[in-house]
Design a protein around this ligand. Structure first.
Ligand code: 5AD
Ligand code: SF4
Length: 444
């Protein structure tokens, strides 16, 4: 039989990256092989994001480009899945604007991909038609049937929960991913155990707010008890997780991370803003004091912890003074790294209805924020120069060139054979560049 190929393009966060592995798992099981060329693919899947307007615009542009490919081969199947499709009225917009799209699936029913492709092929013998299946239930059942086709060795992503209950006033996620649903702790544990056994060296637990894991269950499990169980798994591997929420992160979790050798000293703790007034308007349920309290705890238990953040500028009502509070917080915390964003109004959210700030102000503020964080990142990197650090080799981007990360999450580039991918090596850090450290493998 002639080879059939699939092409998946992923937009957005790690959650989507992992969901694309599940989509790939379904397609591989159906007999498709992966291609990196859209033009070679029989099934083209776009896994979409709608967190900011920029993501949405980019995806619209990309879907538009598929029109020619569809015209070249009418039997090609075009599938749009993920967050964007779950926005109110968006599936219909996509269907109308891009009539060549065949299947549109929401965030909680990607496991139906095989069934929908079969249905589409059957329909085609009679009359062409489009399939749209968006689950608008706020708590769709957790589906455990799909086996992901993993593409990020030596790292493996593991969902611990889906959805979000927090309704931060700027955020579209609770609207497109529904309420929190935690996976069964035994299922998570088995998955992590089997991944470690299969040779994966880094496990990253995923959830919109990992600290509230278990709160929708009645069996007393929570993030701490889940981590306690994972801490007992034997073998050398690294455990990371994202995302932590400052309103929920607890001292016992911080302490457990510090005490467990396999748990990375690395915490992503998005602050979003440094002004109490803005944090309140964002509905974040913590203030600067609580945030600094957590940072002090982390630094007390793990002096070398890599702390990272998400920070937004230009939220409605943000004054110059509020923004200076954000800069002040960034100076005080000294993040290893921060993802910085310009606030983007999302339809249906509370903040979208507030009075908006001119783009020129947002753009000027983000410039100042990025400059400050870059300076801090560089200064922290400088502290690593001359040190020998354990690095997990993650990739070989060029011949004889490797890259990997330290326990605290710093990216390091160094020379070496690609057979070392998936191994722990000791690297002496020689140079400090803006985006990464440069080093050399040393023995022992
Ligand atoms: N505009 C800009 N950034 C946003 N984020 C979430 N919603 C928005 C928005 N409407 C950012 C937050 C979050 C990260 C994943 O994306 O900082 O932590
Ligand atoms: Fe969005 Fe807030 Fe939920 Fe994060 S915690 S996904 S920012 S609503």
């Amino acid at each position: 039989m002639e080879n059939k190929y699939y092409y998946i393009e992923t937009f957005g966060c790690q959650m989507n990256v992992h969901e694309s592995e599940k989509l790939a798992g379904i397609l591989v099981k159906m007999g498709y092989a992966e291609t990196k060329e859209r033009a070679q693919a029989h099934v083209i899947v776009f896994n979409t994001c709608c967190i900011r307007d920029t993501a949405e615009k980019k995806i619209f542009g990309n879907i538009g480009e598929l029109k020619i490919l569809k015209r070249q081969d009418k039997s090609r199947i075009i599938v749009i899945v993920g967050c964007m499709t779950q926005q109110e009225g968006m599936a219909e917009v996509i269907a109308t604007k891009f009539p060549f799209v065949d299947i549109i699936l929401g965030t909680s029913n990607i496991h139906l991909l095989e069934q929908k492709i079969v249905e589409l092929e059957e329909r085609r013998h009679r009359k062409r038609g489009k399939i749209i299946d968006i689950d608008t239930n706020e708590k769709p059942a957790v589906n455990e049937d799909t086996i992901p086709y993993r593409t990020s060795y030596p790292n493996a992503w593991v969902n611990i929960m889906y959805g979000c209950n927090n309704f931060c006033s700027y955020c579209i996620v609770p609207f497109v991913r529904g309420r929190e649903r935690s996976r069964d702790p035994e299922v998570i544990l088995e998955e992590v155990q089997s991944l470690v056994k299969a040779g994966y060296k880094e496990i990253t637990l995923l959830g919109q707010n990992v600290d509230s894991y278990g709160s929708d269950r009645n069996d007393g499990v929570n993030f701490y008890t889940l981590l306690q169980k994972i801490a007992k798994i034997e073998g050398k591997f690294r455990l990371r997780f994202m995302t932590s929420h400052p309103k929920d992160l607890s001292e016992e979790v911080i302490k457990l991370i510090a005490e467990t050798p396999n748990f990375c000293n690395n915490i992503h703790l998005p602050v979003q803003a440094g002004s109490d007034a803005i944090l309140k308007a964002m509905n974040r349920h913590y203030d600067r004091e609580r945030y600094f309290y957590l940072i002090d705890l982390i630094k007390k238990y793990m002096p070398n912890c890599g702390i990272t953040s998400d920070i937004m500028v230009g939220f409605p009502g943000e004054t110059e003074e509020d923004f200076l509070d954000t800069l002040d917080l960034v100076e005080k915390v000294r993040y290893h790294n921060a993802f910085t964003f310009i606030y983007s109004p999302r339809k249906g959210t509370v903040a979208a209805k507030m009075e908006q700030i001119p783009y020129a102000i947002k753009s000027e503020r983000i410039g100042r924020l990025i400059a400050l964080q870059n300076k801090i990142t560089l200064e922290i990197s400088q502290e690593y120069v001359g040190k020998v650090m354990e690095v997990l080799v993650e990739d070989a981007p060029k011949p004889n060139m490797l890259c990997g990360r330290t326990d605290c999450g710093r990216l390091v580039n160094f020379a070496g054979n690609k057979e070392l991918v998936g191994q722990f090596v000791n690297v002496r850090i020689d140079k400090n560049k803006a985006s990464a450290l440069i080093g050399e493998i040393v023995n022992g």
